[in-house]
Design a binder for this molecule. Structure first.
Ligand code: GLN
Length: 486
């Protein structure tokens, strides 16, 4: 087996028994990036010098007796996490030259664990999108089919993993951006409970929804990565206090007696027959292992999309006001006065989707409309949360599809933003409620991966990782790789 076919846990064993050094492993992935990334454009910035320097330090730490599982392990960071000395673009022309003066807490923690940064990966501009087509640095292609989208917004992370151009990656999920690209590219990713992972240095899109998390081949890899990413951070005022649960200890628990809820609203109109069949096959496998299936209801599911597209743009319009060419971001040439400078800097710096959301956000927050839209959306959000609270009276975890279909073709939905928004119907409610959810590969449809998600109660990540791991112990979907990159 080659290094890019191994899981992170397998690679860690190679490092531990000294079959390979971190410098060698890092060089292996840098070589693959040089060879293959031209085809998929998963990286915005490759950082070979930094990577090899970090790898050398990791090797020295290991030689001195240290033995962490992440020590010397290469990874790719979504280009939304601030990295000191390396450009952080958020896939926007606005930040094309932005060098943060500090590392995001997530980056800081993974650096401290000895991880090696291969580079910064592509995404939708400011994480707004579902396909990575809204990047100022070109689209990323799906390694399973080069004319299909990789999903988004963490499409670069998912595509890099699927093509074997990084063993693990970071992502962020505001309305599905870890889970949906994971599903489209056949990898595993977990969106943690809101507040589990620090948002400090993670460029804000919609602050009450944004949450960083790990992406990898397996749930087991995600568990190890999340252990290093999560934790209280006094620099993020919404970060949950107290210790995090042990994400790894329960991975091998049996799922016997576990009640799995199948929400009837997640299996209705719009769901493709193949995605439905793959989801039911996951349910059947878990049932075989002793889990019990129960039908549950999330009656307000259809209201999630409209509520999200009020709340997320409202927060975005506020968060993105800082990019004015003075405090942050691109500044236009030769402004004729102050107003011209603001107008042209923002007009030139932002792409179309970001502008659309800023306009919607400013509108729903404006005097006279605030009660009608923003306040109403917050009330709907409360109802959606209550749906989940009620469902978790009847089940331990919820199982459903990630997206109604597998990846679609590049360009297919770019002219119709509403059609694109609707494809997030199963992921968005989870963010509105602040719950954790893991996406994992569940098979194929027409040669493209299909993913399912397990949604859990607050801080139940150990249970989600456990169930996903048990499923992956019994199945092979998560270790498949596209033939062109195998
Ligand atoms: N596709 C959704 C959006 O465009 C979710 C994106 C995300 O999770 N960052 O807002």
């Amino acid at each position: 087996m080659n290094f890019h076919q191994m899981t992170m846990v397998q690679l860690a064993e190679q490092l531990r028994n000294k079959s390979v050094s971190s410098v060698e492993l890092t060089q292996y992935f840098l070589d693959r990036m040089a060879q293959f990334d031209g085809q998929i454009n998963s990286y915005i910035t490759q950082t070979p010098d930094l990577a090899l320097a970090q790898a050398a330090v990791a090797d020295a730490r290991r030689a001195a007796g240290e033995d962490g599982l992440l020590l010397g392990m290469p990874l790719a960071h979504k280009d939304i996490f601030c990295t000191k000395d390396v450009i952080t673009t958020c896939a926007s022309k606005m930040l094309a030259n932005f060098k943060a003066p500090y590392n995001a807490t997530v980056v800081e923690k993974l650096n401290a664990a000895g991880m090696v940064t291969l580079g910064k990966v592509n995404m939708d501009e400011f994480a707004m999108g579902s396909t990575t087509e809204n990047s100022a640095f070109g689209v990323t292609r799906n390694p399973w089919s080069l004319d299909a989208v990789p999903g988004g917004s963490s499409g670069g992370s998912a595509a890099a993993l699927a093509a074997g151009l990084a063993p693990v990656a970071t992502g962020t999920d505001t309305g599905g951006s870890i889970r949906q690209p994971a599903a489209f590219c056949g990898v595993t990713g977990i969106k943690p409970t809101y507040g589990s992972v620090s948002r400090y240095g993670m460029i804000a899109y919609a602050s009450s929804l944004d949450q960083g998390g790990p992406m990898a081949k397996t749930a087991e890899d995600c568990a190890h990565l999340l252990s290093a990413m999560a934790g209280f951070d006094e620099r993020d005022s919404t970060c949950a206090e107290g210790a995090r649960p042990d994400y790894v200890a329960g991975l091998n628990d049996s799922v016997k007696g576990l009640r799995i809820g199948l929400p009837k609203e997640y299996f209705g109109e719009g769901l493709s027959a193949e995605v439905k069949a793959a989801t039911m096959a996951v349910a059947a496998e878990l049932e075989k292992q002793g889990a019990v299936l129960v039908e549950v209801s999330l009656p307000n599911t259809s209201a999630a999309m409209p509520a999200y597209y009020v709340i997320a743009p409202a927060e975005a319009s506020s968060n993105l006001s800082r990019y004015d060419g003075v405090r942050f971001g691109h500044r236009c040439d030769n402004p004729k006065d102050l107003k011209d400078m603001y107008t042209r800097s923002r007009s030139e710096g932002f792409g179309a989707e970001v502008k659309r959301r800023i306009m919607v956000g400013a509108y729903v927050l404006s005097a006279g409309y605030y009660d009608a839209y923003y306040l109403k959306a917050q009330r709907v959000r409360r109802l959606i949360k209550q749906d989940f609270v009620n469902a978790f009276d009847q089940c331990d975890v919820i199982l459903g599809p990630v997206a109604p279909t597998p990846a679609w073709k590049l360009g297919e939905k770019t002219a119709d933003p509403t059609a694109m928004y609707l494809a997030d119907i199963y992921t968005i409610p989870v963010n509105l409620a602040g719950l954790p959810a893991i996406a994992l590969p569940a098979g194929f449809s027409g040669g493209l991966p299909v993913g399912v998600q397990l949604i859990g109660n607050y801080f139940s990540e150990p249970k989600l990782l456990n169930v996903a791991h048990q499923y992956q112990q019994a199945t092979q979907h998560h270790i498949q790789m596209p033939a062109a990159f195998a």
